[in-house]
Design a protein around this ligand. Structure first.
Ligand code: KG4
Ligand code: ZN
Length: 354
């Protein structure tokens, strides 16, 4: 048994999990886990308020560690290592989780593993699917990130594409806000889209057909706003048309990345993998499955609960690191920005977002 305590607090979910890194199935690997969502605290503001998030993490995190250990019938002494998200994310929240992890590691004399939140998402499909081997092509789509990465091995990532403005989840959240669907918006847009006609509203497909596989969603969001303001369309039609336009963009961009990897002579990809909160979207999964099949690849998508932020993916990334002997010192800094591919060139037109 390699038991890892995982802690996640980089955005608006406080989460703690215990992972058995040596188990062979998803069910056996997640020994226990709890997630406290802050949705209710942030809903009045239509988005995550960093100060409120940090305070809420600080309130619940220590009791949550105790509760997860109790759920598992284990103690801190039973853990082999403590893994905590060390970035990227809202710095106040990251600090709460990382310092909690450090304190536990020090008190129990266990190694600390600082996990990159994006690596947690990137490896979550390997937690869910024990057969998923490196290398694979990863579409990472969350509220803060929208990237295509070649995952060559643990800690070895090559970024092929990123967004030059908004992340995909952000586009779903902004569309939800425009349509008055509340926060978090992605699941609400997906629900409403089921009742609408995806061809009803003519919306742009930014960057589709361009020679590099980058993303852009700001223009799409503005078009959604104009469609709403026109008063000509039912909300369900706007939601369905937005979702279709966004998916068309993702498919076109991912196809380009798949082609470039296929033609580059790099080691063959074992699968197309989608992770991050927006990977919970069933329409997106369906379209990606068809795309992958066209390249003779299978699509691997973790169950929805492992797509949105959770601590199981952090514990799992910690378990993969622990197995290779990677641990971190107790003065490890919390990082608001922490790209998976440090060598990726900046993208022209990219704004200030991480
Ligand atoms: O990975 P995640 O939980 O947090 C970040 O690290 O950003 O992703 C949250 C994002 C939000 O933007 C949320 O609206 C989106 O994922 N999301 C969805 C769905 N479920 C969550 N977007 C579209 N369809 C969904 N079903
Ligand atoms: Zn995330």
């Amino acid at each position: 048994m390699a038991l890892i305590l995982g802690i996640e607090s980089s955005c608006d979910e406080t989460a703690v999990a215990i992972i058995d890194g040596s188990a062979g199935s998803l069910e056996a690997r997640i020994v226990a886990q709890r997630i406290a969502s802050q949705d209710a605290e942030h809903a009045p503001y239509g988005g995550v308020v960093p100060e409120i998030a940090a305070r809420a993490h600080a309130e619940v995190i220590a009791p949550m560690v105790g509760a997860v250990l109790a759920d598992a019938g284990l103690t801190l002494e039973d853990m082999d290592a403590i893994a905590a998200t060390a970035g990227p994310g809202l710095i106040g929240g990251v600090m709460v989780g990382l310092v909690t992890g450090k304190a536990l590691a020090m008190a129990a004399d266990k190694p600390l593993i600082g996990v990159n939140h994006l690596e947690g998402h990137a490896l979550s499909p390997r937690l869910a699917d024990p057969d998923l081997a490196y290398p694979y092509l990863l579409l990472l789509v969350s509220g803060g990130h929208c990237q295509i990465l070649e995952v060559r091995g643990l800690g070895d990532y090559r970024r092929l594409a990123t967004t030059i403005d908004d992340a995909l989840g952000e586009a779903f959240d902004k569309t939800a806000k425009i349509l008055g669907l509340g926060y978090p918006g992605g699941p609400a847009v997906e629900r409403l889209a089921r009742e609408g006609d995806p061809r009803a509203v003519l919306l742009p497909r930014p960057l589709v057909g361009s020679g590099e596989p980058h993303f852009s969603f700001a223009g799409l969001k503005s078009a959604v706003m104009r469609a709403k303001d026109s008063g000509l369309h039912a909300d369900a039609d706007i939601a369905a048309s937005f979702q279709q336009a966004a998916i068309d963009c993702v498919i076109d961009r991912t196809r380009l990345a798949l082609e470039s990897v296929r033609d580059s002579g790099a080691a063959g990809m074992s699968a197309l993998v989608v992770a991050g909160g927006v990977a919970a979207n069933a329409a997106l999964r369906g379209a990606l499955e068809t795309l992958a099949a066209g390249f003779g690849l299978r699509l691997v998508a973790p169950p929805g609960k492992l797509c949105t932020d959770n601590a199981a993916m952090i514990g799992w990334a910690g378990a993969e690191r622990f197995a290779l002997g990677y641990t971190d010192p107790l003065d490890l800094p919390a990082r608001p920005r922490w790209p998976l591919d440090a060598n990726a060139a900046p993208v022209r037109g990219a704004g200030v977002k991480a």
